[in-house]
Ligand binder design. Structure first.
Ligand SMILES: Nc1nc2c(ncn2[C@@H]2O[C@H](COP(=O)(O)OP(=O)(O)OP(=O)(O)O)[C@@H](O)[C@H]2O)c(=O)[nH]1
Length: 473
């Protein structure tokens, strides 16, 4: 595109030189000066092709008028009817004006050839080119006014082409700026860091916005559009260098994260191998280490592991419905041990564990563990406060109404249990905290006379999780 422009500039410049060499009778000093100024401005790049074409059009009109005046002066002021023209022109065929006309036809030939090559699909230009070829056929005959008319029309066609070209270039620059803006936006939004390189990328969003606005207010002057293209090129280079910084930084962050993950993986591997060694030394399989020997349900280790998973779920909001912890303890267990013996106590622990497990299976089969001694914990997931309380009531009623029997030890004992309930309420709740809320509620049940259910943070549960229709506060 650049070199085509240079060709056009060159052709216009030659045309102007030939204008200057016209017979002095045709020009006055002012026209001569304006041709010289125009030429030097065009050469220095002060003037665009667009502006030069305007000037040429007006100079060629001046020249046409001057030539017609010259003819009138020569032929005694005959009126300018077509036959007078052809007669006048015929008579000055051998004068300088004829030479100038021939030069003009050569210039037109050159200019129209370049334009047809550049715009092969433009019908106007092709038609003008045919007229120029027609002019050449009549070489030797003076066709000054026709040449001037063709030059004028050629100027206007170039005008229109230039207009469309600058419009297109502006559109292209605008699209490019929008694309780069959205790219800078996306990258800085998705950045994992807020370092200098990602901030610098986000600053391009504003810069491109300014550029798009400036483009909207720029006319079709190609000198301005050239400047805008240069500015855009500069911004693209700057953005490229910011992107390089950004990519280097992101790579560094990824490398650091990879190092952390590798060291964590190594720790996990060593922990796993420790567990494997421990279980080997103890002669039990790893999963057996998470089970209570007496009841076969999860033990405290199993409970701790479950709590870790529960915490992850809670933090990432992946839990399916409300979460709660229910702690259950046999009333006066020490006395039972003392009055009967620890074996009876063991049987009671096993019996109660089965009772809780069976009743829980109708309540979405919650995780259940023997935490220690005669203390059990149920972690419910997806049970409303009302449903959790209904499960608690069923356990309590079952224990109360069904005495523990052992034919071997010949005992039948009426037992009761005390219970504490707590719910996870907000993102600050962690399993250890919720467990201690549940234990506090259990202690309250014991203090208030046993065989009771107490609920921790009951008003918050009603407000944030769901209604409680049973239980005491
Ligand atoms: N049989 C049996 N007893 C255990 C076991 N582990 C701990 N114990 C005993 O269980 C008793 C725990 O009693 P607590 O739960 O404090 O009961 P309590 O103080 O009698 O009664 P509350 O105040 O109603 O809880 C202690 O005497 C422990 O020695 C076990 O595995 N089997």
């Amino acid at each position: 595109m650049r070199s085509d422009k240079e060709d056009i500039k060159q052709a216009i410049s030659t045309l102007l030189s030939n204008f200057s060499s016209f017979d002095q009778r045709i020009f006055n000093k002012k026209q001569e000066r304006s041709i010289l100024t125009l030429k030097s401005k065009l050469r220095s790049g002060e003037l665009s092709i667009h502006e030069s074409l305007d000037e040429i059009s007006s100079i060629s009109q001046d020249i046409s008028i001057a030539v017609s005046s010259a003819i009138q002066a020569t032929y005694g002021g005959k009126s300018l009817i077509p036959s007078a023209y052809s007669e006048g022109v015929e008579k000055i065929m051998h004068a300088d004006i004829a030479i100038a006309t021939n030069r003009l036809s050569v210039d037109l030939d050159r200019l129209s050839t370049i334009l047809v090559k550049e715009n092969p699909k433009n019908d106007d230009i092709r038609a003008i080119r045919e007229e120029v070829v027609g002019l050449k056929v009549h070489e030797g005959k003076t066709k000054f006014f026709e040449s001037m008319d063709i030059l004028s029309r050629l100027s206007w066609s170039m005008h229109r082409i230039n207009d469309r070209r600058t419009e297109k270039e502006k559109e292209y620059l605008g699209n490019l700026a929008s694309y780069l803006k959205s790219m800078a936006n996306k990258i800085s939004d998705s950045s994992t860091t807020n370092d200098k390189s990602s901030r610098s990328l986000s600053s391009f969003v504003k810069r491109f916005d300014g550029f798009i606005e400036e483009l909207e207010h720029t006319g079709n002057n190609e000198v301005n559009v050239d400047t805008m293209r240069d500015q855009m090129l500069y911004q693209v280079k700057m953005m490229q260098s910011s992107m390089n910084d950004f990519i280097n930084n992101q790579n560094r962050v990824i490398r650091e994260q990879k190092d952390i993950i590798e060291s964590q993986q190594a720790q996990i591997l060593s922990m796993e191998s420790n567990v494997a060694t421990m279980s080997k030394n103890l002669g039990i399989a790893p999963q057996e280490m998470l089970k209570d020997n007496l009841t076969g349900v999860a033990n405290k280790r199993g409970y701790d592991l479950h709590c870790e998973q529960l915490h992850e779920k809670w933090k990432n909001k992946q839990n399916t419905g409300p979460l709660s912890m229910i702690v259950i303890n046999v009333d006066h267990f020490e006395k039972i041990n003392d009055i009967h013996n620890r074996d009876v106590g063991d049987l009671i622990v096993t019996w109660l564990s089965d009772v809780i497990k069976n009743l829980g299976s109708s309540y979405k089969d919650p995780f259940f563990a023997r935490y220690e001694e005669d203390l059990f914990v149920i972690c419910t997931e997806g049970l409303s406060p009302f449903e959790a309380l209904s499960l608690i009531k069923r356990i309590q009623t079952y224990v109360q109404k069904n005495p523990f029997n052992s034919s071997y030890y010949q005992v039948s004992l009426s037992l009761t249990v005390s219970i504490g309930l707590a719910f996870f309420i907000d993102e600050y709740d962690a399993p250890q905290g919720v467990f201690s809320f549940a234990v506090k509620a259990l202690n309250q049940s014991k203090r208030k006379g046993r065989n009771q259910v107490w609920i921790s943070r009951a008003s918050l549960i009603s407000e944030k999780i769901g209604p409680l229709t049973a239980g005491k506060k």
